[in-house]
Design a protein around this ligand. Structure first.
Ligand code: FAD
Length: 337
């Protein structure tokens, strides 16, 4: 029997550590419990929020509806020659899955080591880091369709993946709850260390022929040195997306800011939002209980007692100053509730 709790504090359910209350709260441990929940018309028509690890959310107010916390667990795999299909419950922690794969020697997600959050949110966000995105290894997912009460499958092309985007955030927003995800990985030690500081760090450690375990360890070390640990300083990682602009627009901005940090991508030029925020003198600034992280201006932090509204107001100020200096409007990556 499902337990629906009332007026539950969400402080420990979001990595910003922001205090906010859910009017109703339910934990789902098995996918069949979703059918049980939505068989009740009260919950089918309720305002809902699906919650994984709460590492990409900012609560700016209490949630006057039903929060559905997904805890569906379990990881298993099936090897077929050089390929392996790893299937994970949506409620597994992403990093548990990475460790599982790295320990078995399955290559493909080691560059995504130490990203907080759940497996279920990974296709929603198309998480990415160090030159790898979820879409590179995503095989399919099984999701609960709220309108019909049935389970449906989405393959890679059906998910409409883009930079921190998928159909689950766009056309199909709020319609599906991801229950489990299948990943296609390799039993061969194919590694990708071309991005960021990975190869330099490996060399520093005297590792010339790295294994996926080495890559995972080095990526984890780099992340720990750059990003605040949410268990001590509340944050949700990168608060803004890196904007992608046309070549024409880039040339105009580049003429005024010749040192602007940028990368060529498929559909244009990606600008480093963190660099632009830093140029506007925001890096490491403390504003009341909130601010930006001293080592990475793209990360907004809660120094202890910040409210969601304060963090949001700071993000608005940052957007305005970047707009004034670079004529670029930053877009928030974090989900604002
Ligand atoms: C320190 C730090 C570093 C980070 N670094 C990175 C990084 O390098 N790369 C990156 O991409 N992200 C990064 N993030 C952001 C975050 O970890 C990811 O976006 C992660 O995928 C969010 O997972 P979650 O379970 O916490 O999702 P939540 O915050 O709980 O939810 C995020 C969104 O997904 C929806 N959702 C969650 N679970 C499900 C489900 N089962 N079915 C349907 N919808 C669901 C929610 O409704 C919400 O819209 C970082 C965050 C932190 C705190």
């Amino acid at each position: 029997m499902l337990q629906i709790h009332e007026n539950v504090s969400l402080k420990n359910f979001n990595t910003f550590g922001i205090e906010a209350y859910a009017r109703f709260f339910v934990e789902i441990n098995h996918k069949e419990e979703l059918q049980e929940l939505f068989a009740d018309p009260q919950w089918k028509k309720a305002t809902r929020l699906v919650l994984g690890g709460g590492s990409n959310m900012l609560f700016t107010q209490n949630f006057d509806g039903l929060v559905i916390k997904i805890n569906i667990r379990g990881i298993e795999h099936r090897i077929n020659h050089d390929e392996v299909i790893v299937e994970s419950g949506a409620g597994e922690s992403w990093n548990n899955l990475v460790n599982y794969c790295v320990n078995w020697g399955f290559a493909g997600i080691e560059n995504l080591s130490l990203i907080p959050g759940s497996v279920g949110a990974s296709p929603i966000q198309n998480i990415g880091a160090y030159g790898v995105e979820l879409k590179d290894v995503f095989e399919s997912c099984e999701a609960f369709e709220i309108s019909t009460g049935s389970f449906v499958h989405f393959n890679n092309s059906e998910c409409g993946f883009g930079y921190r985007e998928s159909i689950f955030k766009q056309a199909k927003k709020g319609q599906y709850i991801v229950c489990n995800v299948k990943f296609k990985l390799s039993t061969q030690q194919k590694i990708n260390i071309s991005y960021g500081a990975i190869s330099t760090e490996l060399e520093k450690n005297g590792i010339h022929n790295p294994s996926i375990k080495d890559v995972s360890r080095v990526v984890s070390e780099i992340r720990v040195s750059k990003l605040p640990d949410p268990s001590t300083i509340g944050n949700a990682g990168s608060f803004f997306k890196n904007p992608v602009i046309s070549k024409e627009k880039f040339h105009e901005i580049h003429a005024q800011h010749p040192t602007i940090v940028h990368f060529i991508v498929e559909n244009g030029i990606k600008l480093a939002a963190g660099w632009m925020i830093e140029q506007c003198d925001w890096k490491g600034k403390v504003v009341g209980e909130t601010g930006t992280w001293k080592n990475q201006a793209l990360v907004l932090v809660n120094h202890g007692k910040a409210t969601g509204k304060e963090v949001y107001a700071l993000s608005e100020e940052i957007i305005q100053s970047v707009k004034q200096k670079f004529y670029i409007e930053l877009e928030r990556e974090v989900n604002i509730i």
